[in-house]
Design a binder for this molecule. Structure first.
Ligand code: PLP
Length: 399
């Protein structure tokens, strides 16, 4: 991995890892420019941003305000509507709890796509178990594209909140928000868009400001872990179900500054970066398709995240492939709700993928620091690992 300028003189960094990192949907390495800002702010702007009677607090507050601007610019929203959280999961919980509200007399009617992230699904399920919500599912097709009739049916039968992610974290399919956001509003419903994977990688212009709850996370855009944002023009902390917020927690100023810098870099470099990554992804895909018989490429190949390559090697257990690659290439099985979990992926099931393909599903995610030589070496290693596993399985069958 080529990481220019990644030596912060004052911060001891662990030894460079020789394993090629291709799991950028799980998390991204922190950009050295972001790390520098985090470090500088942590050391120099240590004031409490809520304690603005003096210059220390004022400086910290201005760091937070600046970061709000950067986040807002990235998604075409207003800076007053940016609320920092500990990540996307917390932002999603706050958004849904806010949609429920403190004094609801009937359950919130939530419609969510079957391929939402577990953080959205779990929150909605919990609300349903508590009698605070009822869920309607929006179907997807074999490429994880939204079935528009299913969305219409949900809206026509009465929905308060629609949850549609900007892009899927497993197969990369991008959703047509420019059509969905106005449609949802025409039916007097609110919309929650989980943009965790998409922020900085697709444009939110001109509908970003119209999204009622928009969700982002720092660690998916080369920023720090443990910081994210809820961007919302309707959010009020006092209106969150069961929370009764009376006190603003001390903001994580260094993390927030890092998230702001990550957004700034994404805004200024994202377009060029995306083209470079797309080119590498397409070459990797061509190489794998040529060399691995019957390989299936998943997701919407006409409209998916540039850094996503989700493949399935028929009837070849993905856990055996990744374990052979363990020290060489970091990719994820992608056929689990969470990598490492035993249950099959709800996304692949919602797409109607047959079991033999689910078994061989692999998620590959390229990133900012992925080099051409990484891609060449990774292709060779993945092809060798697949052949190795297939040979071992054929041998077992003949025993
Ligand atoms: N939503 C999506 C689409 C994600 O990919 C993730 C993380 O994998 C999350 C939400 C949760 O993000 P965080 O780790 O910031 O809580």
């Amino acid at each position: 991995m080529n990481r220019p300028g990644s030596s912060l003189a004052t911060v001891p960094l662990p030894a460079a890892n020789q394993t090629i990192y291709l799991d950028h949907h799980a998390t991204t390495p922190v950009d050295a420019r972001v790390a520098k800002i985090v470090f500088d702010v942590m050391v120099s702007s240590f004031g409490n941003a809520n304690s603005t009677d003096h210059i220390y607090g004022e400086t910290a507050a201005s760091v937070v305000a600046d970061a709000k601007c950067r986040v807002a610019e990235l998604v075409g929203a207003d800076m007053e509507n940016v609320f920092f959280t500990s990540g996307s999961t917390e932002a999603i919980r706050l958004a849904i709890s806010h949609a429920i509200g403190p004094t609801r007399s009937s359950p919130l009617r939530i419609a969510l796509t079957r391929v939402e992230h577990q953080a959205v699904i779990d929150t909605a399920h919990l609300a349903e178990q508590l009698g605070l919500a009822v869920i309607t599912w929006i179907d997807v097709d074999h490429r994880a594209r939204l079935v528009s009739g299913s969305l219409y049916t949900a809206l026509k039968s009465g929905t308060d909140l629609v949850c549609v992610m900007a892009a899927n974290n497993e197969v990369g399919t991008i959703y047509p928000l420019e059509e969905i956001v106005p449609l949802v509003h025409t039916h007097d419903a609110a919309i929650l868009v989980d943009a965790t994977q998409a922020a900085g990688r697709m444009s939110f212009d001109p509908f970003g400001a119209d999204i009622d709850y928009l969700i982002l996370s720092g660690h998916k855009i080369y920023g720090p872990k443990g910081v994210g944002a809820l961007v919302s023009g309707i959010y009020e902390a006092s209106q969150v179900y069961g929370l009764g917020v009376t006190h603003d927690a001390t903001p994580n100023v260094p993390g927030i500054a890092g998230m702001g810098e990550a957004c700034r870099i994404m805004l200024s470099e994202g377009e060029v970066e995306t083209r470079r990554i797309l080119d590498m992804r397409d070459r990797l895909q061509t190489n794998l398709v040529r060399q691995i018989p019957n390989l299936v490429v998943n997701g919407d190949q006409q409209n998916r995240l540039a850094h996503n390559l989700h493949i399935a090697v028929p009837d070849t257990p993905n856990d055996l492939i990744v374990s052979r690659l363990r020290k060489k290439v970091a990719i994820s099985t992608g056929a689990a709700c969470m990598s490492g979990a035993q249950s099959p992926s709800h996304v692949l099931r919602a797409m109607g993928m047959e079991a033999g393909l689910q078994e061989g599903a692999l998620r590959i995610g390229l990133g900012r620091f992925t080099s051409e030589s990484d891609i060449e070496s990774a292709a060779a290693e993945i092809i060798a690992a697949v052949r190795d596993v297939q040979k071992a399985m054929a041998g077992k069958e003949h025993e």
